[in-house]
Ligand binder design. Structure first.
Ligand SMILES: *Cc1c(COP(=O)(O)O)cnc(C)c1O
Length: 386
C-alpha cells in the first residue's frame, strides 16, 4: 500500500487535528490547468473559492493567474484580500443579499451570475444608487443530470439553481430595459464530483442549442461560463494526484461550439485543491467492540463533514505504522452516530498516538469546519512552512 509522502517527524510535533497541504502538488496541479486550458483559444479558468478559502491557498492560486468564482460577499472580500484582480472575480448564488451585491459593486467585480428576475431588479437598483453599471450573466438551469451524489447535482429542473431555459429570452429582454445592468453572458453549473465526460458533453450540447436560439434572435453573447464540477479520484490519491484536465478541456474544445470572439469560462473548485490536502488526526484509543474494532481519533465531523454529510469516501492511511493490516471503524469524538470517517477499512495495526492521514480533504474540508461541541477550528499548515 503506497502512502502519500508525509514529513512524519514534523507532523508529529503539531497539535492535532490539523490540515496539511502539499503546496508542491497544488502548484503542479495549477501548472497542469494552465498548460491544458492554455492550448485552447478563449479559455479562462476561475477557482471556486468555496472549496477552500485558506488565505495561503488563495494566494498560491492567485499567483498562478486564475480568476475567483465567489458565492458570497465574504468570498468576494477574501478574494480581494488575497489579491485577485476585481476584473477576474465572478459572483454566483441563488440568494444574494443587498450588502453582498453592494460588496460586488464597490469592488467593480467582473460579473454577477444572476439567478432570477427579482435579483436582476435589485442589482439594477443598487447599481443605480451608486451610479454604476453592473455586468450580469444569467445562470440558466440546463436540465442536465450528472452522474454524481444526488445532494450535489445542481443542473436539474427540480434544483433551486438558475433560471429555466424557456425564460432565457425574457430575462435578456428584461436586462435590456434596465439602465444599470449590462447583459454579457450565460452561466451554467451542473454539479460536483463529475467523472463522466458524457455529462459535460450533455451540457455542451445544451449550450449549443441555446446559442442557436440566441443567434436566431440576433442576440450576441460575449461570455459563456460552464461552471465547475470536475471530480477527483478519492480511491487513489497517490496514483491519480492530478485530475485529467487534458480530457476535461478537450471535451469542451471539441463539443462546445464557441462563436467568434467568445470567451469560455470555467469555475473549478474540487479538482484544484482536493488532492493537496489531508486531515491529520491522532489516534486516541483503540476500542474492541463486541463485533469490531474502533480506532477513535481526535478529529470529528466538525473538522471534515463530507463523510457524515454525503457518505463520502476518503482514503485513510496510518502514516506512523508499518505493522500488518487490521480492520477498523475510524470514528471521531463528536456526540453523534454519524461521526464516522470510515467503516471496516484496513489500516496498518494502529495504536494510541498513531497519526492517521485522511486523504483528498483539501476541498470542502477545512472551509466546512464548525465549532459544534465547542471544538476548536482546525488550522491549515503548508508543506512549505514545516
Ligand atoms: C460549487 C460551484 C463550483 C465549483 O464546483 P466544484 O465541483 O468544486 O468544481 C463552480 N461554480 C459554481 C456556481 C458553484 O456553485
Amino acid at each position: 500500500m503506497a502512502k502519500g509522502k508525509f514529513p512524519v517527524e514534523k507532523l508529529q510535533s503539531i497539535e492535532t487535528p490539523f490540515y496539511y497541504y502539499d503546496v508542491e502538488l497544488l502548484r503542479q496541479t495549477l501548472r497542469t490547468i494552465n498548460d491544458e486550458a492554455g492550448k485552447h483559444e478563449g479559455f479562462v479558468v476561475h477557482y471556486a473559492v468555496k472549496a477552500n478559502a485558506n488565505p495561503r491557498i488563495l494566494r498560491i492560486i492567485r499567483e498562478a493567474g486564475l480568476g475567483a468564482d465567489c458565492v458570497s460577499g465574504g468570498e468576494i472580500e477574501a478574494s480581494v484580500k488575497a489579491g485577485f484582480p476585481a476584473g477576474k472575480i465572478v459572483y454566483a448564488g441563488v440568494g444574494k443579499s443587498d450588502w453582498e451585491i453592494n460588496t460586488g459593486l464597490d469592488n467593480d467585480i467582473f460579473c454577477f451570475n444572476v439567478e432570477s428576475i427579482p435579483e436582476l431588479e435589485v442589482i439594477n437598483e443598487l447599481a443605480a444608487s451608486k451610479g454604476k453599471i453592473a455586468r450580469v450573466a444569467f445562470r440558466l438551469n440546463p436540465n442536465v443530470g450528472a452522474h454524481t451524489h444526488a445532494n450535489i447535482t445542481t443542473g436539474l429542473a427540480e434544483n433551486k439553481f438558475g433560471i429555466a431555459m424557456r425564460d432565457m429570452l425574457t430575462v435578456i429582454a428584461e436586462a435590456d430595459k434596465l439602465t444599470n445592468v449590462k447583459f454579457v453572458g450565460l452561466h451554467f453549473h451542473i454539479g460536483s464530483q463529475i467523472l463522466d465526460m458524457g455529462d459535460f458533453e450533455a451540457l455542451c450540447n445544451r449550450v449549443n442549442e441555446l446559442q442557436d436560439e440566441l443567434e436566431r434572435h440576433r442576440i450576441r453573447v460575449e461570455h459563456i461560463n460552464v461552471g465547475g464540477g470536475l471530480g477527483i479520484d478519492y480511491e487513489h490519491p497517490n496514483r491519480l494526484a492530478i485530475p485529467d484536465f487534458k480530457d476535461y478541456f478537450n471535451t469542451y474544445a471539441k463539443k462546445l461550439k464557441l462563436r467568434n470572439g467568445q470567451t469560455l469560462h470555467f469555475e473549478l473548485g474540487r479538482a484544484v485543491v482536493a488532492q493537496c490536502g489531508s486531515l491529520i488526526t491522532r489516534t486516541l484509543y483503540i476500542k474492541e467492540g463486541a463485533q469490531k474494532k474502533f480506532a477513535i481519533v481526535d478529529a470529528g465531523f466538525t473538522d471534515l463533514i463530507r463523510p457524515a454529510l454525503y457518505q463520502a469516501y476518503h482514503k485513510i492511511e496510518n502514516v506512523t505504522s508499518e505493522e500488518p493490516n487490521e480492520t477498523y471503524d475510524v470514528v471521531g469524538p463528536i456526540c453523534e452516530s454519524t461521526d464516522v470517517f470510515a467503516k471496516q477499512i484496513d489500516l496498518n495495526r494502529t495504536h494510541r498516538g498513531d497519526l492517521l492521514a485522511i486523504r483528498s480533504a483539501g476541498a470542502y474540508g477545512e472551509i466546512m469546519a464548525s465549532q459544534y461541541n465547542c471544538r476548536r477550528l482546525p488550522i491549515g499548515y503548508m508543506s512549505d512552512d514545516l
